[in-house]
Design a protein around this ligand. Structure first.
Ligand SMILES: Nc1ncnc2c1ncn2[C@@H]1O[C@H](COP(=O)(O)OP(=O)(O)O)[C@@H](O)[C@H]1O
Ligand SMILES: [Mg+2]
Length: 366
């Protein structure tokens, strides 16, 4: 179902994205060591990734770091997800003997358990074991980390996992492994990979990048029509246009609209759209509030840009007049850079703008 609110799992469920799908599959086949799948939230990264993993027919491990974030970023939460993923792999492939040799890994039947207590399993060894297996089987194995910018919370410090070093080691030495990282917060993912500049393990290393863009206006319109058609509904042109006007080509919002409409067939589409905008805004506002919690100034900057104050010096004036306080140039630059790194705003020709129109509406009400 095109309007299914969950990420898609197969390529047949995807609307469009054929070019990007082929790009990913080719990169898998070529044996690229590192692939980055980038794009704002709700643009369809997880759907494309999962469809590609399935379609490739290759063995893979998929970890959703956002759900580990919900678990509070403990090593326990990370290892729990990893052992689930390994168990899934081991029900399909005879990989147990390889895993069993890794310290801290227990294999019981097809279940794989990671003992993260006394002696944490060595992820380097684990990746090496996967690589050895893939070498013997003459296949490749894909390690997919969804929302990988969150790995920065698990890197460094005592008892933490140094993912950058781990991934760099895999990049250099484990020839049968392909690592796919997705990131909604594009700048932060880059920062994570390249922290330390030339000192970074990833400095100057090639990676294949796929940027998922929003649907064009035509695609968005066609997506809605096709989705409604699955339910035997032929909405008026006006309803479709109104929805695309506001929700733009962000497929996650379009899917929410379509899904809500098909669940409430008695309601007018105009009402549905209002309801979805309210809901979407509150989701977006929640995401923005996390940020504003760290500094009130984010709220002011976002609101200024949302109101169309889009040049550096004008934003500064506006924020200062609202707060009644002087703001230094470096402070404003820092805020704007952060917002860009989070893929909340973009900048072109010296003007700042929201990447997601719903975020802008949410920011107006902050
Ligand atoms: N190509 C697509 N065709 C149809 N629906 C899609 C497509 N891509 C994403 N969706 C839908 O949009 C929503 C958000 O997609 P998701 O893959 O979770 O985005 P992201 O991972 O970028 O945040 C989900 O409901 C998903 O089913
Ligand atoms: Mg996702």
């Amino acid at each position: 179902m095109l309007f299914d609110p969950r990420p898609k799992e197969t390529s047949s469920e995807l609307y469009g994205r054929q070019e990007e799908l082929q790009h990913l599959l080719t990169a898998f086949k070529r044996g690229e060591p590192l692939i980055l799948l980038l794009g704002i939230r709700r643009v369809g990264k997880t759907s494309l990734l999962k469809a590609a993993l399935r379609e490739s027919g290759l063995p893979y491990i998929y970890l959703d770091l956002r759900s580990i974030e919900e678990g509070g970023f403990t090593r326990a939460a990370f290892y729990a997800q990893l052992s689930d993923a390994l168990s899934r792999l081991s029900t399909r492939y005879r990989i147990a003997d390889y895993l069993r040799r890794v310290r801290g890994v227990k294999v019981l039947g097809s279940g794989v358990e990671l003992d993260w207590g006394m002696k944490p399993p060595l992820l380097n060894q684990l990746f090496t074991a996967l690589n050895n297996w893939a070498t013997d089987q003459q296949t490749r194995i894909i390690i997919a980390l969804d929302e990988a910018q969150l790995l920065r919370y698990m890197t460094g410090g005592k008892g933490r996992l140094n993912f950058r070093a781990l991934l760099a080691h895999a990049y250099d030495n484990l020839r049968q492994l392909t690592i796919v990282l997705t990131g909604s917060e594009v700048g932060l993912l880059m920062e994570f990979l390249e922290a330390g500049g030339m000192e970074s393990e990833f400095y100057g290393r090639y990676r294949e990048e796929i940027m998922l863009e929003r649907f064009s206006r035509e695609e968005a319109i066609d997506y809605l029509r096709a989705g409604f058609r699955e339910f035997g509904i032929e909405p008026e042109d006006d309803s479709i246009m109104d929805a695309v006007e506001i929700l733009d080509g962000v497929v996650g919002w379009l899917a929410l609209y379509g899904y809500t409409a098909t669940r409430n067939p008695d309601k007018k589409l105009r009402e549905i759209l209002q309801q979805v905008i309210t809901e979407a805004k509150s989701v977006a506002a929640q995401e923005l509030r996390k940020l504003i919690y760290t500094s009130h100034n984010y709220g002011l900057v976002l609101r200024a840009i949302a109101e169309g104050v889009d040049e550096w010096s004008k934003i500064k004036k506006r924020v200062e007049s609202w707060s009644g306080k002087y703001m230094s140039n470096t402070a404003l630059t820092r805020l704007l850079t952060r917002l860009q790194n989070l893929s909340i705003i973009g900048k072109s020709n010296g003007r700042y703008f929201f990447l997601d129109p719903i975020m802008r509406l949410a920011a107006l009400e902050l």
